[in-house]
Design a protein around this ligand. Structure first.
Ligand SMILES: [Zn+2]
Length: 493
């Protein structure tokens, strides 16, 4: 019997604004689609958090025994700079600025995206489709929306008719917006636009003569609208109605709202049973933004090469930090927060390190089965990872008590304890065991400190031959010693 028969998830559905019991459309199978990155720059740390939330959800669903098909796309065309369907395609603009092919941009940043995600120990999705690989599907989708009377063509571009759609459907159903309010709050068109109404959105854009990324279509040589690719790819691989659609909070409107409208207009039904949105990541209490300088990218955070944090942080420590907040809460990234997470993470790893050496007894002073269910209860409650982590620390406390002799555990309970803690830490939270002792940096530091001490002794003994030999041979190994009045430090290259 699979675990999902006894462990019932309640998840927060943005569509209904309620926590609902998760009941997949097909028993035992889950289809999940998450909007992937637009690959025109290095992946944003906020996006890493969003994808990490869905990686954790993917991992837990798999752990419960569901057969999950997880689709996360790559947006490699059609994402304009501005949601109002004006401005340049983000990838084309970057390609023009750097005078290279758009596909070089796509390749470079797709590789970067995968590298960053691998560093943070993500599981790969089941399918990772690209927008440019699904142009035919997108053209077919547009045609069916036109055929059903919900889109119009102007000068080779095709627009979705939001006002027409709203006569028989509810535009704003997901983001809880009303079309009347949107009309009231949007500036009137300046006469330059082909659109009938500012709320309409592009399904197909005719390409300007200089636009490199273009495909033939019944309407013009052009490219598809950004919202359209997700409808085309999600329904191609998951069916016209599927279980979970996820993404960052910022995609709720207009992107996801438009996806619902496109599906209704082409297939006559809503696409998704459960909409899930991950919240934002802030930096030192403010929005992360390159233009204000309140910004750090994943590579800078990992290498310590930045002016914001006091040092480099291990990817598992960063992952642990992110998992300490619910995916639905805003999370504030700070040096203090990371440094506290680092301590907590090592306490967790230290406890795991001593489980195998604990002495067992004929009775347990801890109800391991109740504790195990508490771990599941936390995850079943809308993937509440902070409560799960707090519950794991109850076990850490107990493990340390058994070690001190102030608590007892039976061999059977110890086995369950070990299995459960390892399952949740490694399989569900996706952390990797790095003990303080085994981290390469610390070992190196320890070894070089010993050599610095020996060299100091040699100099005190006026054995300058030996002290120079230590310095020169370290230099040959790529380690520079730097002498100053405060003492000797070292750098590596
Ligand atoms: Zn999307």
């Amino acid at each position: 019997m699979q675990l999902y028969n006894t462990q019932h998830i309640k998840l927060y559905n943005t569509l209904t604004s309620e926590k609902e019991i998760f009941q997949p459309i097909t028993d035992g199978y889950v289809g999940m689609y998450v909007c992937g990155p637009t690959v025109y720059s290095n992946v944003h740390l906020g996006n890493v958090r969003t994808f990490m939330s869905f990686d954790m959800i993917f991992r837990y669903l798999k752990h419960l025994g569901y057969k999950v098909r997880y689709v996360r796309n790559i947006t490699d065309a059609g994402h304009l700079e501005n949601d109002a369907d004006v401005g340049e395609d983000k990838i084309t603009k970057k390609a023009r600025l750097e005078a290279i092919e758009p596909m070089e941009i796509v390749q470079r940043y797709t590789v970067d995206f995968h590298n960053v995600l691998n560093t943070f120990n993500f599981l790969p999705p089941s399918i990772e489709p690209t927008a440019t690989g699904h142009i035919i599907e997108q053209i077919e989708l547009i045609q069916s929306i036109i055929d059903n009377g919900f889109a119009y063509t102007v000068n080779g571009s095709v627009y979705f008719d939001v006002h027409k759609y709203n006569e028989s459907n509810e535009y704003g159903i997901l983001s809880k917006r009303k079309l009347e309010d949107l009309i009231h709050n949007t500036r009137a068109l300046d006469g330059q636009s082909d659109k009938k109404n500012p709320q309409d959105f592009a399904l197909w854009k005719k390409a300007e003569p200089t636009h490199i990324m273009r495909w033939p279509s019944p309407w013009s040589d052009g490219f598809p609208g950004w919202h359209l690719e997700c409808t085309a790819m999600s329904t191609k691989y998951l069916g016209d109605y599927f279980d979970i659609h996820g993404g960052g909070m910022d995609l709720k409107f207009p992107h996801h709202e438009c996806e619902i409208a496109q599906n209704q207009a082409s297939k006559g039904q809503a696409p998704v049973k459960y909409w899930m949105h991950a919240n934002m990541l802030e930096l030192n209490g403010a929005r992360m933004s390159k233009s204000t300088g309140n910004y750090i990218n994943p590579a800078e955070l990992l290498s310590g090469d930045n002016d914001i944090m006091s040092k480099a942080y291990n990817p598992s420590v960063i992952r642990f930090f992110m998992m300490q907040a619910s995916y639905r809460s805003v999370l504030d990234l700070t040096d203090d927060g990371l440094s506290a997470a680092e301590k907590g993470f090592h306490r967790l790893m230290d406890a795991i390190g001593i489980i195998d050496n604990l002495k067992t007894s004929s009775s347990s002073s801890f109800t391991v089965t109740d504790w195990k269910q508490k771990c599941y209860d936390a995850m079943n409650d809308d993937f509440n990872t902070p409560i799960l982590i707090a519950t794991l620390f109850e076990a850490v406390k107990f493990i340390n008590q058994v070690k001190d002799g102030s608590a007892t555990v039976t061999p059977e309970d110890l086995t369950v304890l070990k299995e459960t803690i390892e399952t949740f830490i490694f399989d569900v939270l996706g952390l990797v065991n790095i003990s303080k002792e085994s981290s390469g940096g610390n070992k190196l530091t320890g070894a070089v400190e010993i050599l610095i001490k020996l060299r100091k002794e040699a100099r005190l003994n006026k054995d300058f031959a030996l002290s120079d030999k230590i310095r020169d041979e370290l230099a040959e190994a790529g380690i520079q010693l730097n002498d100053s009045r405060e003492g000797t430090t070292f750098t590596t290259n």
